[in-house]
Design a protein around this ligand. Structure first.
Ligand code: ACO
Length: 434
C-alpha cells in the first residue's frame, strides 16, 4: 500500500494521487487541482489552525489524548523532578541535556547577562504607577531591540546566541522591575552570586537587608514552575513568535509580539483570570451556582479546557504536587478549597466530560503564585519568563529551517465585487460639513 491519497474532483472528473507523509498532505499539492486554466487551484480553509501543521519541529511532543508532554523526548515529569530550569533551557535550545561543565558555564553566562542598561530602567520609570506589568514587560522587551541593533542580523548564528542569552538573562530583571514599579519600591539590581530563580526572588523582594536569602523551597518551586512553562509547541504565542520572526524582525521585536499574544485571557492571561474567577465565586457555597452559569454559557470556567489536551494536562498534575510544598512554607491559600471543589464538580459533570474539559496549566499556578506573595497581574509575567526559552528555541528552529518563508496565509474574499464611487469624496465631505 502506498503512502498516498487518491482524490477525485467531482467538478471535473479528474483524479489525483497526493503523497502522505507524517499523516499529512502538503497544502501546496492541492493547488494543481483546478477546474480550468483560469482557476487559482484548490485551497484549504482552516480558521484558528484547527487542523494545519505550520512547521516540522523536533522540540516538544504533545499527545493531547493521553496527557503526554515531552521536551526533546524527555517526559516533563522527569525533567521537573531531576533538572534545573537552566539545564532544561539548554536542552530545549541545543537538543541534549548539558554535561556538568556545560551546565556550569551556561548558568555563568546567563548570570552575566542579567543587568539592563540604565536608560532602559528610566524607560520603565515612565510608566504610570499602576501600569499592568505585562504591558510594561512587552514594551520594554520591544525597547531592548533599540539597544542591540546587531540583533537584526538574524542569519548570524553567533549574534543569535548572544541575543538568546541576553533575553533569558534579562527577562527576570525586567519582570522584577515592573513588579517593584507597581509597588513604588526602588529597583533592586541583579545579584550574580545567586541562582536564576533565587536572583529573581531577590530582585522582587529584597528590602534593606544587604543580601536577600530566598526561601529554598520557594526558589525550587519557582524553578519547577519555570520548567513546566518553558515550551508547549505551536500555541498562540509561539505561533506569533514564528509569524513575526518569519519576516526576519529581530528577536526582541518577535518576542515582544509573542508576549502580547500570551497576555490574552484565552492563553497565558488565563492564570490571572482564574484568580479573579475564584474571587468572584468567593466561597464554597457558591461553587454549584457558578458551574450552572458556566453550563448556561454565561461565562467560562477559566483554567479549564485546551486546544490540544483532551485529557488531564500533565503540567497541572505537577503543579498540584508543587503547591503542597509551597503551602508548607506559606500556609494554604484559602482559594485552594474553592478550586478543588470546582475541579471535583466539573470532572463529574456531563457538560465537561462530553467536551473533554480538564484543568490546564493555569488552573493551579495562580494559586501558588498568590500564596508566594504575587498579585494576579504578575501571573502572566511569571509565565513569560520561562516561555522566553521556548519562543527563542522555536525561533532558532524557524530561522534554520530552509523550508520556511514569510508567514502569509491566504483568505477567501467575501466582500463586494468591483464597484465605483458615485460622487467625488471631497465634494461629498464639503456638502456634509455644510
Ligand atoms: N469553560 C466552559 N466551556 C468551555 C471551556 C471552558 N473553560 N473551554 C471550552 N469550552 C466549551 C466551548 O464552549 C465549546 O462548547 P460547545 O461545543 O458547546 O460550543 C467546547 O467546550 C469546545 O471549546 P472550544 O472553544 O471550541 O475549544 P478551543 O480549542 O477553541 O479553545 C481554549 C481552547 C481557548 C483553551 C478554551 O478551552 C478556553 O477558553 N479555556 C478557558 C481559558 C483558559 O484556561 N486558557 C488557557 C489555556 S492553556 C494556555 O494557553 C497556557
Amino acid at each position: 500500500m502506498s503512502d498516498s491519497i487518491h482524490l477525485t474532483d467531482n467538478r471535473t472528473g479528474k483524479s489525483y494521487d497526493l503523497p502522505v507523509t507524517h499523516g499529512t498532505i502538503r497544502a501546496m499539492d492541492l493547488r494543481q487541482i483546478k477546474t480550468g486554466p483560469e482557476d487559482f487551484g484548490l485551497m484549504t480553509y482552516d480558521p484558528a489552525f484547527m487542523n494545519t501543521a505550520s512547521c516540522m519541529s523536533s522540540i516538544t511532543y504533545i499527545d493531547g489524548d493521553r496527557g503526554i508532554l515531552r521536551y526533546r523526548g524527555y517526559p516533563i515529569e522527569e525533567l521537573a523532578a531531576k533538572c534545573t530550569f537552566l539545564d532544561v533551557a539548554w536542552l530545549l535550545l541545543n537538543g541534549e541535556l548539558p554535561n556538568s561543565e556545560e551546565s556550569v558555564e551556561w548558568a555563568h553566562k546567563i548570570r552575566y547577562h542579567t543587568m539592563i542598561h540604565e536608560n532602559l530602567k528610566k524607560f520603565m520609570e515612565g510608566f504610570r504607577h499602576d501600569a499592568h506589568p505585562m504591558g510594561m514587560l512587552m514594551s520594554t522587551v520591544a525597547a531592548l531591540s533599540t539597544f542591540y541593533p546587531e540583533s537584526r542580523d538574524v542569519k548570524n548564528k553567533q549574534s543569535r546566541k548572544m541575543q538568546i542569552m541576553r533575553l533569558i538573562g534579562k527577562m527576570p530583571t525586567i519582570a522584577a522591575y515592573a513588579y517593584r514599579h507597581n509597588l513604588g519600591l526602588p529597583y533592586v539590581y541583579p545579584d550574580n552570586t545567586l541562582g536564576y530563580t533565587s536572583n529573581f526572588l531577590s530582585m522582587l523582594w529584597k528590602m534593606t537587608e544587604p543580601k536577600y536569602d530566598a526561601n529554598p523551597v520557594l526558589a525550587k518551586a519557582l524553578d519547577i514552575l519555570f520548567i513546566l512553562h518553558a515550551d508547549h509547541e505551536q500555541n498562540c504565542s509561539t505561533n506569533t513568535m514564528r509569524a513575526v520572526g518569519s519576516s526576519q524582525a529581530d528577536p526582541y521585536l518577535s518576542l515582544a509580539a509573542a508576549s502580547a499574544a500570551l497576555a490574552g485571557p484565552l492563553h497565558g492571561g488565563a492564570n490571572e483570570e482564574v484568580l479573579l474567577m475564584l474571587d468572584e465565586i468567593g466561597s464554597l457555597s457558591n461553587v454549584h451556582a457558578f458551574v450552572d452559569k458556566v453550563k448556561a454559557g454565561q461565562c467560562k470556567l477559566m483554567g479549564f479546557g485546551h486546544r490540544v489536551y483532551k485529557n488531564y494536562d500533565p503540567r497541572a498534575k505537577i503543579i498540584k504536587q508543587t503547591a503542597e510544598e509551597v503551602f508548607k512554607v506559606t500556609g494554604a491559600n484559602p482559594k485552594l478549597e474553592i478550586a478543588i471543589e470546582l475541579e471535583q464538580i466539573a470532572l463529574r459533570d456531563e457538560y465537561f466530560i462530553k467536551r473533554k474539559l480538564y484543568p490546564n496549566v493555569d488552573f493551579y499556578s495562580g494559586i501558588i503564585y498568590q500564596a508566594m506573595g504575587f498579585h494576579p497581574a504578575m501571573f502572566t509575567v511569571l509565565f513569560a519568563i520561562p516561555r522566553t526559552v521556548g519562543w527563542l528555541t522555536q525561533w532558532q528552529e524557524l530561522v534554520d529551517d530552509g523550508e520556511q518563508k514569510i508567514a502569509r496565509p491566504r483568505q477567501i474574499y467575501t466582500g463586494h465585487d468591483e464597484r465605483h464611487v458615485g460622487q467625488p469624496v471631497e465634494e461629498h465631505a464639503v456638502s456634509v460639513a455644510r
